[in-house]
Ligand binder design. Structure first.
Ligand code: GLA
Ligand code: ZN
Length: 674
């Protein structure tokens, strides 16, 4: 197919375009096309919220306007990522089939309104979605402009309606077979909450059970499965009517209501919507946080992903929506590519005139012309991406990974435990991620279902729940020469959130050479310290602050490298190492400051002789790379408002950026080396 050839012969550049809002403004479309061409835009996402224009009344379909726009875009060599419209339903649909509207956890049904307000179980909703998706597929499956399908928009939320309750019970029956097994898994004898039959089960509710952790956990798993099943239903409707183009759906930043891995199985490409809060903290920290999300999205399929949305100017929904300082739009766009995206896309191409998002940044704002700072930077970025077309063939290769698991997070954050004022899981994982990046390594972000085998170092912070046979996988990994870095609050519970009996971290005490005995929780603001043990083999010399949680461990062969400085556990181990098989297992006992992670990881990386992409990376600079055969593309990005001196190797060809020994404020150097 011609449209498939286009897919990755260049980086996709464009974004969400909503011409359905401008049908009565014929001149606007003309202007938009001209401006898109000027900005080097080569693709747009269409139809995300078009249902009421596509089917204004039940069974009455109007696709001509969309067909006309797709044709016009194609004439201008702009391709289309076509969305299914299920992210927001027309008013008539909710009026005629009220049970498609969501029911909240307190069992109140929503009125019509907003978007994403629909039940994923409802047969009526599924049927209406099937019909419109099939019609879209029939109309556009052979259109040469359409390169990809975009299923719905940012799936999310949950519904507690009677249909969902029935589906949940069926899901549980399928999982546990008999009610005794469920009672045991959920430990329901506690408070006498034993179930006599599956029919008694109700989803978690503030009016009923909120504290049955097994129930809460399985409900979240069910919501994910039901969402994935709905999405699969949407995909089948397209496929059965002949659409062959690849399929994606757009994920969100650190979204904790779904386990995205399950949805990722059904799509050809993972894509996501990236809206960092810039200029609030040090921008390099925001860049690391964003980088971790990019890497998580890439690691789901270990292949290029797509940046589906980002904001070219300021958003309108952040507490304070700042505009981007000059250079940042390009830098943030390049960062996605550097981390493995084969696209840069914006929300939105043209700013809407009214409604909730009328002040959300866009490529073309209300002024409507090219004479804007944002448009100029969008154009500059487009030109640069055009020059980088060959990069689409390359991949990111990472020698290390952070284990970051959503199901474990659900359980951990739901549990009543040592700190109900915040466990800081995301922040803790980010410290490991950041330490790897600051030391010049690409990083994969994987979950417990994936294999650790391909990496040299695995950081497994706060892996509260062990599932998917992770004990065995990590044991083998270390046995075979891998380096494991585990932390406090790991291996505490099993897959249904039942505490492990015997020592923890479950089944890894021999690998780690220790057993966690007690964990102390610190009040906000309270600290302890890590002190180096004299003559420790990593030559750690500094002391560091730690907070929140302090694990008191009993050594069973591990050697302490650092110890606590304060409280009655002064002198207890704070960082340990244990040789196991051909590998090493480290254990960090408490929530230490980022500099500890940086220094400690640097020693481990050096000991393991892993080569960084670049040596001596100054503060404020992010380094990443992609590889194709014997060519490496390296991205060196300045996330500060000042020029920063950076040493680059000699044997390189600079592909983009001005380098005079320094990199200017919010600028990037992209170089190539063999
Ligand atoms: C999300 C949605 C878009 C738009 C943007 C605004 O990512 O998918 O439709 O609302 O947010 O930032
Ligand atoms: Zn429902």
């Amino acid at each position: 197919m011609d449209n498939q050839k286009h897919l990755f012969d260049r980086l996709i550049y464009g974004g969400d375009y909503n011409p359905e809002q401008w049908i009565d403004y014929p001149d606007i479309l003309k202007q938009d096309l001209a401006l898109m061409k000027k900005a080097h835009i080569n693709a747009v996402t269409l139809g995300v919220f078009s249902w009421s224009k596509l089917e204004p009344q039940e069974g009455v379909f109007h696709f001509e306007w969309l067909k006309e726009i797709v044709d016009r875009l194609y004439e201008h060599d702009i391709r289309v990522i076509l969305a299914t419209p299920s992210g927001a339903r027309p008013r008539w649909l909710a009026e005629k089939y009220p049970q498609i509207l969501r029911v909240r956890e307190d069992r109140a049904r929503h009125l019509y309104g907003e978007r994403h307000n629909h039940c994923y179980t409802s047969p009526d909703y599924r049927e209406k979605v099937r019909i419109i998706n099939q019609k879209l597929s029939e109309t556009f499956k052979d259109h040469p402009a359409v390169i990809m399908w975009h299923i719905s928009n940012e799936y999310g939320g949950e519904c507690h309606c009677p249909l969902c309750q029935t589906a949940f019970r069926k899901w549980l029956k399928n999982k546990y077979q008999n009610i005794d097994a469920l009672n045991h898994a959920w430990w329901t004898t506690f408070w006498s909450h034993t179930y006599n039959s599956f029919e008694q089960i109700e989803s978690p509710s503030s009016l009923g059970d909120e504290g049955l952790h097994g129930l809460n956990l399985d409900w979240k798993r069910f919501v994910t499965d039901q969402t994935a099943d709905f999405m699969h239903h949407e995909i089948l409707a397209l496929r059965e009517s002949g659409a062959l183009q690849p399929i994606t759906t757009n994920f969100m930043y650190d979204y904790t209501c779904l386990n995205y891995y399950k949805l990722a199985e059904y799509v050809d490409f993972v894509s996501w919507d990236n809206y960092p809060i810039w200029h609030r903290h040090q921008d390099i920290l925001t860049a690391y946080d964003t980088g971790m999300q990019h890497d998580l999205m890439r690691s789901m399929k270990h292949k290029p992903f797509l940046l589906m949305e980002s904001c070219p100017a300021a958003t309108n929904w952040q507490a304070v929506s700042k505009i981007k300082k000059p250079g940042l739009l390009t830098n943030a766009s390049i960062q996605a590519v550097a981390h493995g995206s084969n696209s840069v896309q914006f929300f939105q191409i043209r700013q809407c005139r009214g409604g909730f998002e009328k002040f959300h940044g866009a490529v073309i704002d209300h002024y409507g012309g090219e004479d804007t700072r944002v448009f100029r930077e969008v154009t500059k970025t487009g030109l640069l991406l055009e020059q980088l077309s060959e990069i689409t063939e390359s991949q990111v290769e990472a020698p290390v990974a952070v284990l970051y698991d959503m199901e474990s997070r659900w359980a951990m954050e739901n549990a009543k435990g040592p700190r109900n004022e915040g466990l800081f899981y995301h922040e803790t994982a980010l410290k490991s991620y950041q330490a790897f990046r600051r030391n010049g390594l690409n990083v994969d972000v994987i979950n417990m279902e994936q294999s650790p085998d391909a990496y040299q170092i695995i950081a497994a912070p706060m892996l509260y729940m062990f599932r998917a046979g992770i004990e065995e996988k990590l044991k083998r990994f270390v046995q075979n020469g891998g380096t494991l870095i585990m932390t406090y609050w790991s291996g505490i519970v099993n897959e249904t959130d039942l505490c492990h009996l015997g020592g923890t971290p479950h089944d890894l005490t021999d690998v780690l050479g220790l057993r966690s005995e007690e964990i102390d929780a610190l009040y906000n603001g309270e600290v302890n310290h890590f002190l180096p043990v004299e003559g420790n083999e990593l030559q750690l010399l500094k002391s560091y602050t730690c907070r929140h949680l302090c694990d008191l461990v009993q050594l069973k062969g591990a050697v302490p490298l650092m110890e606590y400085a304060d409280d009655f556990y002064k002198g207890y181990p704070a960082l340990t190492v244990h040789k196991y098989g051909n590998g090493y297992a480290y254990y960090i006992c408490a929530d230490a400051e980022p500099d500890f992670y940086y220094d400690f990881y640097q020693r481990v990386i050096t000991t393991r002789q892993i080569r960084p992409i670049l040596d001596n990376i100054p503060e404020g600079i992010e380094v990443s790379s992609r590889i194709h055969k014997d060519t490496e593309y390296v991205f060196v990005q300045n996330y500060t408002g000042d020029a920063v001196a950076v040493g680059l190797p000699d044997d390189i060809t600079i592909l983009s950026g001005n380098y005079d020994g320094t990199i200017s404020a919010y600028a990037s150097i992209i170089f190539q080396r063999k």
